[in-house]
Design a protein around this ligand. Structure first.
Ligand code: BTN
Length: 330
């Protein structure tokens, strides 16, 4: 993990203290490298992470322990083909945004770089929204990847990436996930995961993408209050599961999907996507700026554009500022 200071003056590192507390054992300030008069400050900082830290005199403890992200565990769970195509895997304790970080890095040839963070201070969502990213409880990961495609042929990729995330989560024992066009993952009609794909300046032969994925696994209550749309997490199914394993499963299916998409585009994903479509054949509204189009959702076309029956005519709408709201959901 990358170093974040817990107590600046003495350079006590947050990750060292958390690694000590991760097993759920009581640790004295001496064991944590903290002076007794610094304990208040350290305790306040750790409590702000919402990870169940308790204090007993001069000791700190996280009774439930911590399932911290671990580069080596993740690497060992990534399929050999995927491992070979990743130039690096990085885990940050705290970062502004894993997408922003990768957008600033140069990719060195085909393949990609995987970045995860325990927390994001400026996590970004689609359409300028923020992505609430508290410490140690959810997944925030970004993959930069070189695609041998042009911007024009890349339409539909975000839908295919949504399927990859569902597949990875299903393999980890999270059933019942659905898609909301273009790439929100829903459980019981509320959002559990989001995808933000950003492109670096194009070249003639390839596109360098940054694919950001946020999954709400166990959202702390206080952080959940900050989310400005209907949401859920996967906490009811998290018992005994490891975030490292979930992250690796998502990355495995993502790398496989990227390879298949590079060869055949969205067409071969269309049927699978429609099987996961939460709104197919239901009344929907498309919000495009001030314009609202009401109709019946009829799945997607071979490029991933949404199809809506408006009156007697099926119309197709491409990406951009379109918002889909089910008319049947309050
Ligand atoms: C959405 O609005 O649905 C997209 C959310 C994407 C969030 C992820 S978390 C990891 C990566 N880093 C970011 O700043 N955003 C994406």
């Amino acid at each position: 993990m990358h170093a974040v200071e817990l107590i600046g003056s003495k350079c006590v590192l947050l990750e060292n203290v958390l690694a000590d507390l991760a097993a759920g054992k009581k640790r004295s300030c001496r064991e944590l490298g903290i002076e007794p008069d610094e304990l208040d400050q350290a305790y306040d900082r750790i409590v702000s992470l919402q990870i169940g830290c308790v204090r007993d005199g001069n000791t700190l403890c996280i009774p439930a322990g911590l399932d911290l992200l671990d580069v080596e565990k993740i690497r060992s769970l990534i399929d050999p083909v995927g491992r070979d195509s990743l130039h690096a895997i990085k885990v940050f304790t705290e970062i502004d945004s894993t997408n922003s970080y990768l957008l600033q890095q140069e990719l060195d040839g085909p393949g990609g770089v995987l970045v995860l963070a325990e927390s994001q201070t400026a996590g970004r969502g689609r359409r300028g929204r923020s992505w609430i990213s508290p410490f140690g409880s959810n997944l925030y990961l970004s993959l930069s990847w070189r695609m041998p495609l042009t911007r024009a042929t890349i339409e539909g990729l975000s839908l295919a990436v949504g399927l990859a995330v569902i597949q990875g989560l299903e393999e980890e024992g999270f059933p019942g996930l659905k898609m909301k066009w273009p790439n929100d993952l829903l459980l019981d009609n509320a959002k559990v995961a989001g995808i933000l794909i950003e492109l670096k300046p194009p070249t003639r032969d390839y596109v360098d993408l940054v694919i950001g994925i946020g999954v709400n696994l166990q959202m702390p209550v206080a952080s959940g209050r900050l989310i400005d749309q209907p949401w859920r997490d996967l906490s009811s199914e998290m018992q005994g599961k490891s975030r490292n394993s979930i992250a690796a499963s998502i990355v495995n299916s993502l790398i496989a999907v990227l390879g298949k998409f590079a060869e055949g585009g969205f067409t071969s994903f269309r049927q699978d996507w429609q099987e996961k479509d939460a709104f197919i054949n239901l009344p929907v509204q498309l919000h495009m700026g001030d314009t609202i189009i009401a109709g019946i959702a009829r799945g997607v076309n071979d490029q991933g554009a949404i199809r809506v029956l408006v009156g007697e005519e099926v119309r197709e709408f491409h990406g951009g500022e379109i918002t889909l709201r089910a008319s049947h959901v309050a």
